[in-house]
Design a protein around this ligand. Structure first.
Ligand SMILES: O=C(O)CCC(=O)C(=O)O
Ligand SMILES: [Fe+2]
Length: 332
């Protein structure tokens, strides 16, 4: 089902109560130094267990204001967004934007090492075996053959969704670090919090949304298909619920449920904002409270297109122990 409509929010309108941190020059230098130390750690492979342990250890030396912000994000009273600006990515040394499907980072170049330092301090960076080869740092780039798809390689508007909404162990948080904007500087990451949308829903809609009357399909990025058991779209606290929906992959089991889902989509779009990330900016999104999507844009496939690194974070990795291979960070 579709809830697409151009949100009214102006690009770059950072939603109210969003945690935001602009790093200073000395803070940026300190992060670059840590990332350099990490990049030099053998075997210098992002998915290696010893390297990940070093990322976790070095992340404890991130600048204090950054540690405070990450700690604040883990506390659950906010809006579920943390926007950071001024991270070191050395724009001048970046290679071309990848143009192929499924592209991932395996080597700890500066931006990937920075994303891993932040993610490993926030919680445990995880990936899914069936998505992007289980790589911990994934590239979000436009791919010509996928331009019209509802995937992060597309360039049509991407509908609001919880990340991997179908998965029992979906990420608690997702991080998106911008290396390059799109040519026109208008592609925005759409974000909408259930905390804002809740007041726009009627009691009847809320009752339907709390009932297990919806199913969600696995997205195309996961090789295998299959739908979930019936689940509610709102769970947990009645006054401060978690949300679980993908407007491209979730369906109501009957007309009544479908109508409530349409109401939820309208309420979320009415409270959505568009974050146009600039190089060196990163947003962390709480995947329990905030759905995200992306505006449309026009790629050129010329090596200078929009490029984000994406990571997934779990705050309690014990919960997914039964779905992980060995004690590693990759879930089945
Ligand atoms: O491109 C974006 O800003 C977000 C895309 C997305 O939904 C994702 O990578 O999970
Ligand atoms: Fe997403």
């Amino acid at each position: 089902m579709s809830v697409l409509a151009a949100p009214d929010a102006a690009p770059d309108a950072v939603p109210a109560r969003t945690l935001r941190l602009e790093l200073t020059g000395p803070e940026r230098a300190a992060i670059r130094q840590l990332a350099g130390e990490l990049a030099g750690t053998a075997p210098a492979l992002l998915d290696d267990h010893d390297w990940l342990a070093e990322a976790r250890r070095l992340s404890c030396r991130l600048p204090l204001r950054l540690l405070e912000g990450l700690r604040e994000l883990r506390q659950d009273s906010g809006r579920g967004l943390f926007v950071l600006a001024g991270l070191p990515i050395d724009v001048g040394t970046l290679p071309n934007t990848p143009t192929v499907a499924g592209s991932v980072e395996r080597l700890p170049r500066l931006p990937a090492a920075v994303a891993m330092l932040l993610g490993q301090q926030l919680g445990e960076v995880v990936a899914y075996r069936d998505e992007k080869q289980g790589a911990l740092v994934q590239n979000v780039v436009p791919v010509s053959s996928l331009a019209h798809t509802q995937s992060n390689a597309g360039s049509v508007q991407l509908e609001l969704h919880n990340e991997n909404a179908f998965h029992p162990h979906r990420p608690d948080l997702i991080g998106l670090l911008c290396l390059r904007t799109d040519h026109e500087g208008r592609a925005g990451t759409l974000v909408a919090s259930i905390r804002d949308a809740l007041a726009l829903l009627t009691e009847d809609e809320l009752a339907l949304l709390r009932a297990p009357r919806f199913v969600t399909e696995a997205p195309p990025s996961f090789g295998a298909g299959g739908a979930t058991e019936p689940h509610p779209l709102l769970g947990g606290s009645p006054t401060d619920p978690d949300i679980r929906v993908d407007f491209n992959a979730t369906a109501g089991l009957d007309d009544e449920a479908g109508g409530a889902m349409a109401g939820l989509g309208a309420a979320l779009l009415a409270s959505a904002s568009s974050l146009v990330l600039r190089p060196g900016e990163m947003v962390f999104i709480d995947n329990r409270l905030v759905v995200h999507g992306r505006t449309d844009f026009t790629p050129r496939y010329d090596g200078r297109d929009r490029w984000l690194h994406r990571i997934y974070v779990h705050l309690d990795s014990r919960r997914s122990a039964g779905s992980r291979t060995g004690r590693g960070p990759v879930l089945i």
